[in-house]
Design a protein around this ligand. Structure first.
Ligand code: 13P
Length: 353
């Protein structure tokens, strides 16, 4: 298989009507924070049990085409000895891997940060590929303030994303390019619009400079929303309209898919916003999908509480959110579906890997 055939096969498996990506790639400190909220200790065994629970949810692949995992998870095994990437691919879900190493302050750009992990990336990707990963994810983070992101923050982060994406493609791994504009703050939706637009222009310029083939990547952006503390709240229609406008301006038609992050929106908001975008998208050149972490997992963690007897309830919660986001891919979701018992589906038995 040539590298292009390999990249195309992964894109084809990931970008599927009615499906999106499950982000289960929380770093050690982040998963510890999520577990602490439900009084579960973040031990290796608990992390393995939780991620196995996610991946063995019966019927998950009806709505989930890929899963982003964390370094440790790639090497973990279920009780019957299968590696977690094998469990995912055996169930028709493409395994991927988060490869960035988190961010540090960007010197001389006060308030901005830059993500680390480019050194040795090619070597790490080769190992991850050997463990079954077929795509990767890298997140750059931008805060909004009257001074941020700075011009140097925007260009530096874009350059890093492009270098990462080029390295991935050279090794046959599809890059997910994630420029996350944070929700924190009291900025208006129009300020967010301006930042997302500037950030994405810079990202696609850098991707072009580094000859990244847009056909073989996915974009994982933030939606255009007001800051968490902003006095004016926006409707799903306003969010969808503004997000679509920014994407049309800044994302070339060659990109096959835009998989939004949830970024602190509630599960219901994230589903409703994606749904409204798909309902309004018309003949958009890219698929509008999801790559949600919290918006898929929050109800699962709440149902699980770290107790084996809650496994089935937790898997039902994941199946329900996946199904509703699957409906949102077609613009077919409605808030009423949150209450329908059928959302729990017939696939609520505990799946075996
Ligand atoms: P959220 O959907 O919780 O924002 O997580 C997505 C993600 O992968 C962040 O990097």
């Amino acid at each position: 298989m040539t590298i292009k055939t390999e990249l195309q096969a992964t894109i084809t498996a990931l970008v599927v009507a009615g499906k999106g990506i499950l982000a289960a790639d929380e770093s050690a400190p982040t998963i510890a924070k999520r577990f602490k909220a439900i009084n579960v200790e973040s031990t290796e065994a608990n992390r393995c049990a939780y991620r196995s629970l996610l991946l063995t949810t019966s019927g998950l692949s009806e709505f989930i085409s890929g899963v982003i995992l964390f370094d440790e998870t790639l090497g973990q095994k279920t009780v019957d000895g299968k590696s977690l990437p094998e469990v995912a691919s055996g169930r028709g879900i493409v395994p991927g891997i988060k490869v960035d190493k988190g961010f540090v302050p960007l010197v001389n750009a006060q308030g901005d940060v830059v993500t680390q992990g480019l050194d040795g990336l090619a070597e790490r990707l080769a190992i991850y590929k050997g463990q079954g990963a077929r795509f990767a994810k890298w997140r750059e983070v931008y805060s909004i303030s009257p001074h941020n992101p700075t011009p140097v923050g925007i260009t530096t982060n874009a350059e890093v994303l492009a270098r990462y994406a080029a390295i991935c493609q050279s090794l046959g791994m599809v890059p997910i390019v994630e420029p996350e504009v944070l929700l924190d703050g009291s900025h208006s939706i129009d300020h967010c619009f301006e930042v997302v637009e500037n950030v994405q222009y810079a990202v696609f310029q850098a991707l072009h400079r580094h000859q990244v083939e847009l056909e073989y990547m996915l974009l994982k952006p933030s939606m255009v929303v007001p800051g968490k503390e902003a006095p004016h709240r926006a409707s799903a229609e306003e969010i969808a309209e503004k997000t679509l406008a920014v994407m049309r301006r800044s994302v070339p038609a060659a990109v096959p898919g835009i998989n939004f992050l949830s970024g602190g929106q509630t599960p219901e908001e994230a589903t409703a916003n994606l749904n409204t975008m798909n309902a309004m998208a018309g003949n958009a050149p890219w698929q509008l999908s999801f790559s949600y972490g919290r918006a898929l997992q929050q109800p699962v963690l709440e149902a699980w509480q770290g107790r084996p007897e809650n496994l089935q309830a937790a898997q039902k919660a994941l199946y329900k959110r996946a199904r509703l986001n699957g409906a949102a891919r077609y613009g077919n979701y409605s808030a009423r579906m949150e209450l329908e018992a059928q959302c729990l589906g017939t696939h609520n038995t505990v799946g075996q890997p």
